[in-house]
Design a protein. Structure first.
Length: 228
C-alpha cells in the first residue's frame, strides 16, 4: 500500500468513527422522547410504578402495571414507539459503521452480534406496543436488556476498543453488570425499593448511557487515547 493509499484509508476510518459517534450521540433522543411523552399524560405517571412501555401503549384503558391494574393513557404513544424504533436504527447504524474498524477476533465478532441484536430488540419494542403484542414486546425488551448489557461487559473485559483507557473499560463493565443485575431482579419483583418501574429503568438505561458516552468519545478523541 502506498503512503497516499494509507493516508486515504486512515482518513476514511476517522470519518467513519466520527460518523458512528455522532449517530450514537443521537441515542439521547430516547430520554428526550420519554420526558416529552410523559409530560403529555393527563393522569399521574410514576417512574417507580409505571413501565417505560406504558408510554407507548396505544389505548386508554385499564392495564396491568406493577402487579396491579391501573389506568394507562399516553396521548403521544406514537412518538414513544417511534423513539423505540429509532433507537434500534441508531444502535445498528453506528455498529455497522465502526464494526469493521475494530480489532479482529472472536470477541469482536461476539460484540458486534450482541450490538446488532440489541438494535433488533429495540426495533421490536417499537413495532410491538405492550397492549398490541405483549409477547413480542416482552421478548424484544428482554433481548435488548440482556444483549446490550452483556456487550458492555465483554467490551470492558476484552479491550477490543483501540486505545481505550482504564476508566472507560471499567465504566463499561460496571454499567453492564449493573444492567444485567437489574435485568435479573426486574421480573422477580425484587426492586430494592426503586419500584418495578425504577428497576426496569436501571436495566434499560445503562446501555443508552454507555452509547452516548462512547459516541462523545468517538467524536472528540478519535486518534487519541480514550482515558475517560
Amino acid at each position: 500500500m502506498s503512503y497516499q493509499q494509507h493516508t486515504d484509508s486512515a482518513g476514511t476510518s476517522k470519518i467513519r468513527i466520527k460518523a458512528a459517534g455522532l449517530i450514537w450521540i443521537c441515542a439521547v433522543q430516547f430520554f428526550v422522547a420519554q420526558a416529552v411523552v410523559q409530560a403529555a399524560w393527563t393522569t399521574p405517571f410514576s417512574l417507580a410504578t409505571n413501565y417505560i412501555s406504558d408510554l407507548g401503549n396505544t389505548a386508554c384503558a385499564d392495564y396491568p402495571t406493577a402487579g396491579e391494574v391501573a389506568y394507562v393513557c399516553s396521548p403521544l404513544y406514537a412518538l414513544m414507539n417511534l423513539s423505540f424504533f429509532l433507537q434500534g436504527v441508531i444502535i445498528i447504524a453506528g455498529t455497522l459503521l465502526i464494526g469493521p474498524l475494530q480489532r479482529r477476533g472472536r470477541a469482536k465478532s461476539f460484540v458486534l452480534i450482541l450490538l446488532v441484536l440489541t438494535g433488533i430488540g429495540m426495533l421490536g419494542v417499537g413495532n410491538f406496543p405492550e397492549n398490541v403484542n405483549n409477547d413480542g414486546h416482552v421478548y424484544s425488551a428482554a433481548l435488548q436488556f440482556i444483549t446490550g448489557n452483556l456487550a458492555l461487559v465483554v467490551i470492558g473485559l476484552t479491550r477490543i476498543v483501540p486505545r481505550a483507557g482504564k476508566v472507560y473499560l471499567a465504566g463499561s463493565v460496571m454499567l453492564g453488570l449493573t444492567g444485567l443485575a437489574a435485568t435479573g431482579l426486574f421480573p422477580t419483583g425484587n426492586d430494592l425499593g426503586l419500584g418495578v418501574g425504577g428497576m426496569e429503568r436501571v436495566a434499560a438505561y445503562t446501555f443508552p448511557v454507555w452509547l452516548i458516552w462512547t459516541g462523545l468519545l468517538l467524536v472528540t478523541k478519535t486518534g487519541k487515547e480514550v482515558t475517560e
